[in-house]
Design a protein around this ligand. Structure first.
Ligand code: 5RP
Length: 220
C-alpha cells in the first residue's frame, strides 16, 4: 500500500495552478486524488475531469472542483494507473473497468502520466488479460470475432451477472500473451462493430512514475 501511496502522491507534483486534470481510476491514482484534494484545500486552483463514477465520487469527497467537457478548452494533464507497463511504456488498462473513459481522457490530455508500482512493470504485455469493452447487443457475435482472432475472451462477471461498465457495456477479458504486435491488435479489435474500445494504450504515456530496486521514486 505504501508503494502505491508513494508513486500516487508523486504524480500530484505535476499539477499546477489553473490546470484541468484528468483523474484516473484505481487504488494507485487514489493517492494522487487525495493529495490533490489536500492541495486544493491549501489554495490550489484546478478542475478535475473524472474517468469513472467511482472517481467522480472520490474527487467530490476530496473537494476537487469538477469540470464539464463543454466548459473546458483542453485537458492539461491526465494521471492514471495501469495493470501492466512494458519497456516501451505501453500499457494494459481496464482492470477496474474504466478503460473507455480513461482512454478518451488520456488521448485528449496534453500530458499523460502513469502511476505504477514495480509489480506492474513487465518486459512484455500480456500476463494480465486485456479488457475489451463491448456493447451488450450481439455480444455473443462480438465474442466469436474476438475468439477467431485467438484471444480467448472471457465475459467479466459481477455477482453472477455480466459486469456492466459506467457506459452500460460488457467487458471480455482476453488472452493476448502470444501477441507480438500490440498496436496492430489494438486496431484490429476496435474494427469489430460491437467493440467499443480495448485496454491497450500504445504510444500514449509521457511519463511513468514507479519505484526502483532501492524503492526510490523514479520517473521513466
Ligand atoms: C481501471 C484501470 C486502473 O488504472 C488499473 O486497473 C490499475 O488500478 P490499480 O491502481 O488499482 O492497480 O485501468 O480501469
Amino acid at each position: 500500500m505504501d508503494e502505491k501511496k508513494r508513486v500516487g502522491e508523486k504524480a500530484a507534483d505535476f499539477v499546477e495552478d489553473g490546470m484541468v486534470v484528468g483523474l484516473g481510476t484505481g487504488s494507485t491514482v487514489y493517492y494522487t486524488i487525495m493529495k490533490l484534494g489536500q492541495r486544493v484545500k491549501e489554495g490550489l486552483n484546478i478542475q478535475g475531469i473524472p474517468t469513472s463514477v467511482q472517481t467522480e465520487e472520490l474527487a467530490k469527497k476530496a473537494g476537487i472542483p469538477l469540470a464539464n467537457f463543454k466548459d473546458i478548452e483542453q485537458i492539461d494533464v491526465a494521471i492514471d494507473g495501469a495493470d501492466e507497463v512494458d519497456t516501451n511504456l505501453d500499457l494494459i488498462k481496464g482492470g477496474g473497468g474504466a478503460l473507455l473513459r480513461e482512454k478518451i481522457i488520456a488521448k485528449a490530455a496534453k500530458k499523460f502520466i502513469v502511476v505504477a508500482t514495480p509489480f506492474k512493470m513487465v518486459e512484455k504485455l500480456g500476463a494480465f488479460r486485456l479488457p475489451v469493452e463491448v456493447v451488450p447487443f450481439g455480444a455473443e457475435l462480438t465474442e466469436k470475432h474476438i475468439r477467431e482472432l485467438g484471444n480467448d475472451p472471457i465475459l467479466r462477471l459481477f455477482e453472477g451477472k455480466p459486469y456492466k461498465t459506467d457506459n452500460g457495456n460488457y467487458i471480455f477479458d482476453c488472452d493476448i500473451s502470444h501477441t507480438l504486435h500490440t498496436k496492430e491488435l489494438e486496431e484490429k479489435l476496435n474494427m469489430f462493430p460491437g467493440v467499443v474500445e480495448n485496454g491497450l494504450f500504445i504510444n500514449m504515456s509521457d511519463i511513468v512514475i514507479s519505484l526502483d530496486q532501492e524503492k526510490n521514486v523514479v520517473l521513466i
